[in-house]
Design a protein around this ligand. Structure first.
Ligand code: HEC
Ligand code: HEC
Length: 241
């Protein structure tokens, strides 16, 4: 009996000790030993998942507060990540999930600006640390083939014709601020943000990346995939500001 009691007390002591140790390591963040992982855990995971959520349901997408970052290392350009995290500007005109931030206007739907929150901003040092971790997250990397995108050019006019008239992409995406659909992310900076090989892979089969995503699979031919990425690259060189 006494033995049992002692065990219990030792257990409590351990718990107290462990809590103290963990508490100390959390406050070490302020002592100049911050790690990218600690920042992500403390400031980011409330809105973003860092490891894949499967199976994903429409409801999960609907409720998620930010894009899934589990493929960050194969998706984003590290230099873009670093600068965006220091100065985040809106990418999805109507927030992470369109349906949550749209109200019916007189003529067409309008964005409920008041319901959109500002994105947290990081210092240059913290952005470096976070990018160091994000670039190691490579869920779905087998879907991306290095060198799949073959650099080339397209005229703005032809690119826009394919994007708008032939493939109907403009219905959901803005190709310049204030021009285009609102349900998808703006694409005038897509090629600044996203790796070209990822873009080819995503456009080839959006559902392979987001099984319940609303972006339709247009069964694009290889030649059109390349042309669309040429176009996105051309667009991203424009200075709209
Ligand atoms: C309150 C919720 C919230 C928090 C906290 C948050 N984010 Fe976000 N994040 C979002 C939303 C919403 C977007 C989409 C913004 C847009 O499209 O304009 C986003 C977008 C991003 C993107 C761009 C992703 C893409 O595919 O376009 C990155 C990278 C990112 N966040 C990283 C971070 C990091 C790193 C942290 C922690 C320092 C963080 N976020 C904290 C909500 C959040
Ligand atoms: C019905 C609306 C819709 C149409 C039409 C559409 N998209 Fe999308 N697109 C989306 C949404 C929503 C996303 C965000 C990812 C998701 O939910 O799957 C997206 C994502 C993207 C992305 C990735 C952007 C990012 O920031 O991650 C690119 C690039 C893109 N679409 C290009 C295109 C092209 C090119 C076409 C035409 C062939 C097209 N889209 C047609 C809705 C659409």
């Amino acid at each position: 009996m006494a033995n049992e009691n002692l065990k219990q007390r030792t257990g409590t002591l351990w718990a107290v000790l462990l809590t103290t140790v963990c508490w100390n390591s959390a406050s070490a963040v302020h002592a100049g030993t911050t790690t990218g992982k600690a920042i992500l855990e403390q400031q980011c995971v409330s809105c973003h998942t860092l490891s894949p959520v499967t199976p994903q349901t429409v409801e999960q997408i609907w409720k998620s507060k930010g894009p899934d970052l589990s493929s960050a290392g194969v998706k984003y350009k590290p230099e873009w990540l670093k600068s965006w995290l220091q100065k985040p500007v809106r990418i999805r005109p109507a927030g992470n999930f369109y349906g949550n931030h749209i109200k019916t206007g007189e003529k067409s739907d309008v964005i409920d600006e008041a319901s959109l929150v500002k994105h947290p901003q990081l210092s240059s040092e913290d952005a470096d640390l976070v990018v160091g971790v994000l670039t190691t997250l490579k869920h779905n990397q087998e879907l991306v083939k290095q060198g799949d995108y073959q650099p080339g050019t397209i005229s703005m006019t032809l690119g826009e014709m394919i994007f708008d008239k032939f493939k109907g992409c403009l219905a959901c995406h803005q190709i310049e601020p204030g021009y285009g659909g609102l349900s998808g992310p703006e694409v005038y900076t897509a090629a600044k943000r996203l790796q070209e090989d990822y873009l080819i892979s995503f456009l080839r089969n959006p559902q392979a990346w987001e099984p319940k995503g609303v972006m339709p699979n247009k069964n694009l031919k290889e030649v059109d995939l390349q042309k669309l990425v040429h176009y996105l690259r051309t667009l991203s060189k424009e200075d709209f500001k």
